[in-house]
Design a protein around this ligand. Structure first.
Ligand code: NAP
Length: 278
């Protein structure tokens, strides 16, 4: 039962804080069941004051918890792994949200196969995220359920047996909010360029994105069909879509996501290589 667990969050940054908040706000855990650890004492004191969580150093936090969530930047993995490795008694579940770090590298650095690798995204901050996750060989059914319930506090979750999907999810949904925010910003700026006050341009763009997403969900039509429905011959949509296609919009999106995917794989190989050399 998740409600009975103690959870250590190693890395009290944007995502670590999001996970702590989600666990508390959804009522799954009391603040006292969460132990946060990181290098910056002022930051930890602030979190203790704001959220009521317990704070400690990496080793003690990992030792006292049933589940350890690793939320440091991939570049800090070696340092963090060294500090918690000896506190990971057999059967203690570790959940890593580090982008691009494969299970094999985590196993090598942490000395355990009781591992989950997850890729959340930032809308998790309002419980609207989506997390794709997978697990290593030693995660039992109860730990699988615990991991799923932790992810559910962040929004939707999808378990995949094949780890290859994690790098794909990193490029599509993990990095996805960045593409959407860029598109949003470009539309708002275009509105301002035409002469709208920024506040109105923002309102128009936000509700257009929100409404289009909800309309797509409810209509269950293919996006191309919904697009065709608003494209009258010789009209404004046809003109705008012609320019977008001519500028290579669809190819740019596809190539950008492919580039993010390749970059994730490259970073993962670098980290695995460091592990083997270290
Ligand atoms: N942000 C996203 O959209 C997103 C989405 C999915 C997954 N992720 C993954 O989530 C992880 C964290 O990302 P983030 O955006 O939350 O980064 P972040 O805000 O920089 O947080 C990282 C935290 O780790 C702390 N830290 C550094 N070295 C440490 C150590 N040795 N032991 C314990 N804590 C240490 C940092 O403290 P200091 O700041 O004091 O150094 C900071 O509080 C990354 O691996 C990233 O790939 C991020």
């Amino acid at each position: 039962m998740l409600e009975e667990k103690k959870i250590a969050i190693i890395g009290p940054g944007v995502m670590g804080n999001t996970i702590a908040l989600s666990l508390i706000q959804t009522g799954k855990l009391s603040p006292q069941q969460i132990i946060m650890a990181g290098p910056n004492q002022d930051r930890l004191n602030q979190l203790q004051a704001e959220l009521g969580v317990r704070i400690s150093n990496n080793h003690e936090a990992a030792g006292a918890a049933d589940v350890v969530i690793l939320a440091v930047k991939p570049q800090r993995l070696d340092q963090a792994a060294q500090s918690i490795k000896s506190a990971l008694c057999p059967g203690k579940l570790v959940i890593s949200i580090l982008a691009g770090v494969p299970l094999a590298a985590l196993e090598q650095k942490l000395g355990t196969r009781c591992l989950v690798r997850a890729m959340p995204n930032t809308p998790a901050r309002i419980g609207m995220g989506i997390t794709v996750w997978t697990k290593a060989a030693d995660v039992d059914d109860e730990q699988h359920e615990t991991a799923a319930r932790i992810m559910q506090t962040l929004g939707e979750e999808i378990f995949v047996a094949d780890e290859a999907y994690l790098d794909m999810a990193t490029a599509l949904s993990g990095t996805g909010p960045a593409y959407v925010f860029l598109f949003m910003e470009a539309m708002i700026d275009a509105g301002v360029h035409m002469g709208f006050p920024r506040r109105i341009a923002e309102q128009l763009v936000i509700q257009t994105l929100r409404g289009s997403t909800e309309f797509y969900l409810q209509s269950r039509e293919h996006p191309a069909q919904l697009r065709n429905d608003v494209t009258s011959p010789g009209g404004t949509s046809a003109e705008a879509l012609y320019y977008l296609e001519k500028a290579g919009f669809r190819t740019a999106v596809s190539r950008a996501i492919w580039a993010a995917y390749q970059r994730g794989i490259e970073l993962g190989k670098g980290i695995s290589k460091q592990g083997l050399e270290g």
